[in-house]
Design a protein around this ligand. Sequence first.
Ligand SMILES: Nc1nc2c(c(=O)[nH]1)N[C@H]1C(S)=C(S)[C@@H](COP(=O)(O)OP(=O)(O)OC[C@H]3O[C@@H](n4cnc5c(=O)[nH]c(N)nc54)[C@H](O)[C@@H]3O)O[C@H]1N2
Ligand SMILES: Nc1nc2c(c(=O)[nH]1)N[C@H]1C(S)=C(S)[C@@H](COP(=O)(O)OP(=O)(O)OC[C@H]3O[C@@H](n4cnc5c(=O)[nH]c(N)nc54)[C@H](O)[C@@H]3O)O[C@H]1N2
Ligand code: SF4
Ligand SMILES: [Mo]
Length: 762
Amino acid sequence: MSSDPLQNLQPIPPAHETNEETPAIGGGLPIIEYWAEHTLSPEGPKIWKTLLHHSACLSCSWGTGGQKGGFTNEAGEKLQRCMKSVEAISAEIQPAIPPQIFAQRSLADLQKLSSRDADRLGRLGFPMIRRAGSDYYERISWGEVYTIATTAFQKAPERVASYSSGRSSNEAAFLLQLMIRALGSNNLADCSDLCHAPSTTALSEMLGTKTSVVSLESLKHADCVVLAGANSAYNHPRLMNELIELRDRGGKVIVINPVMEIGLVKFGSPAFPVTSLLPGSEISSLYLQPIPGSDTALFIGIQKALIEQGFLKQSYLEAYTENWQAVVDQARSTPWEEITATCGVSQAEIAAAATIIGASKGVVFGWAMGITQHRNGVDNVISIVNTALMSGNVGREGAGVMPVRGHSNVQGFGSMGVTTAKLKKELQTKLEQLLGKPLSKTKGYDTRSLIEAADADKVDTLLCLGGNLYAANPDSTQAKRALGKIETIIYVATKPNLGHFHGLAKHNTIVIPVLNRFENPHKTTVESGNNFVRFNDVGETHLKDVDVIPEIQFLTELAARIHGEYPVNWRRLQDTRYIRELIGQTVSGYEKIAKIDETNEEFTIGGRILTTPKFSTPSGKAMMATTLMPDLTLPTPQELGVPESAKGLLLTMMTVRSYSQHNTVVYQIGDKYRGIPHRNCILINRSDAERVNLQQHQRITVQGNAGKMTDVEVIYGPVRPGASLMFYPEANAIFSAPVDERAGTPAFKRVPIFVYADSSEI
Ligand SMILES: Nc1nc2c(c(=O)[nH]1)N[C@H]1C(S)=C(S)[C@@H](COP(=O)(O)OP(=O)(O)OC[C@H]3O[C@@H](n4cnc5c(=O)[nH]c(N)nc54)[C@H](O)[C@@H]3O)O[C@H]1N2
Ligand SMILES: Nc1nc2c(c(=O)[nH]1)N[C@H]1C(S)=C(S)[C@@H](COP(=O)(O)OP(=O)(O)OC[C@H]3O[C@@H](n4cnc5c(=O)[nH]c(N)nc54)[C@H](O)[C@@H]3O)O[C@H]1N2
Ligand code: SF4
Ligand SMILES: [Mo]
């Protein structure tokens, strides 16, 4: 081995060959073009009005806007608004869908729409119902909505459920869980089950917290960031500003990703118009490209190298952690050959990562779906936290562990108690006091178990607060079948999506049109992934001649009809100040929310940011845990249903977001930064393709364990050999995914597939 591991520093990974369409940097001029095109268009004034409205950005969890103004982050920095925000706003300010559309277009017709076309129909303008046997949605009166919904919730508590998505407010989330728990049910499935549940599980067990322990301010003091399984250039663009500033002050960024994402190598940010926008700023100092699903092995390797290079912080481990010896022993005794063979990254590259981490003063470890969406997602997170602890990087400023969260208020939903995981003791006690009875002991259905339960005829009533339960799940055929066995489904939404057309209930499917965050007649709050609570002003809607209501109004009215005045006067809670008072009394760390209407003071949630190594675990110490080496065995092509005669390639597929989509909602069909022209493409490494004679742009079949996609265009790209990349939600049609049993999250990032030419005789 080389004596100077940093000699091996490689800011660009080994499999970096892009195709002819890929630009040289991420971000850059196209962002400005997009801004100009949209903000100068006829919708421009409406976009500006919304951008300047005092409310949090709708899109991602990084969070910006709120009381300090649309472009300002919690540190008071300006120009902190990205084009993803404009994308999200543009979709919300569409006109209402004319009523005759649903009278004219049958469901069979609507089911043929793509995700993008469904979104482009416009905003939902009035409540509608699809009754059993009908091929149409029809308008329905509010009276009938409440009658059907109230009756539907009279079922046994274990047979009713909710699902939610993190765009709604804390206030709506709090009401939702109170209404469901008051029934005696814990069936509070949430999109985070498909997302960061493994982070919540691991962080709760290890550190006694469920969220990031790093604030934006603290991140600004780090001199190294490890970014694993996160394509932040697409999905949290303003995080890139922090990485640019970190590199500018001499810090280092280690990227861990099987795909070379161009924006993680070089990114042009409009926040630095002179130095960064056109030339692009270097992001990765070292780019590691592991086999998908192998991150635990890679992090054990980093731990082993930290030990070998004398960087183990033994006195820190002794003072502040438990079980460290077992974790250190595991790293010591796992042979290098096993580590490198499992993760596919060389010992020299791993050693270079350890040298950077060991030599840095403060390291922040950030991660997203490439880490959590695996059968061993919890172990992946544990192995990251172990690495952070072994290098003494948890519990001080400028260091820590930072799950990079999803939706703009997904974390707030967790804080409000919308979860099937074990609640924090204080929250449980407070809720039990409020309800005057113990919470049900039956574990609720998380998202995957909800679908399984529905498929087994165990669910009668489902309320979906936002989201797209149908398209977010793997195995779309099963999702559709399962939803079809539920008697009543109520979708509360701003815009139509494929779930409303494919996820039809057995008897009644109701769609409730609601206002969004910047249109409500009352104030609301949301929580960012950095634990900052933003306060959204009252707003107004551009929608004309519609019958659209605030989410809060629907939830309070429904709860009042179901529960009367138990355990609260629900109708009084239509004034959201009273909900905030309840939240302040119930959720620890949220005390300041009770007075926010008077103070206007947005705040960082108490007890979340760790600047000393004292943990909310029973012993006050961090609980380290050993992890299993990942089992990466793949099924045979025959097990995927491919005949033995088939000539093709067995690969793993990562299902990811394109540049221009928000989860199941597609805004533009191409992905320019990966050089992918449309949604029905597969990105594979040229060497893999050439081995089986697949040409660039050739049309092929992709077979998963639950179906196949045909006419898929081959695109060569910088993904490591053996792996491939396709877009979600379309790819959900062809595979069922095992879940991590400890968190319920499906393995969306390591899907076995077989690819072969459409023309081949099989
Ligand atoms: N514009 C926009 N912003 C969004 C969203 C959106 O759809 N659009 N969605 C929001 C939500 S809900 C979420 S959860 C986040 C998602 O944010 P991300 O997690 O950044 O999004 P993904 O596209 O799922 O892909 C993550 C990355 O993981 C990598 N990866 C895949 N498998 C592995 C692996 O085994 N190991 C490692 N190390 N890396 C791997 C992929 O190559 C990809 O670059 O973004 C949020 N923000
Ligand atoms: N194969 C694969 N599948 C995945 C993933 C993956 O990476 N690969 N990622 C998973 C992840 S991380 C997540 S978070 C889930 C996302 O799953 P979901 O959160 O269920 O889906 P979204 O597409 O975000 O939901 C969009 C819909 O929310 C509604 N909506 C938007 N704003 C509002 C609002 O203010 N109020 C209300 N009531 N409704 C609103 C609109 O109707 C819109 O169509 O998908 C998961 N599924
Ligand atoms: S980074 Fe996220 S929160 Fe910030 S402006 Fe962009 S989409 Fe909105
Ligand atoms: Mo997510």
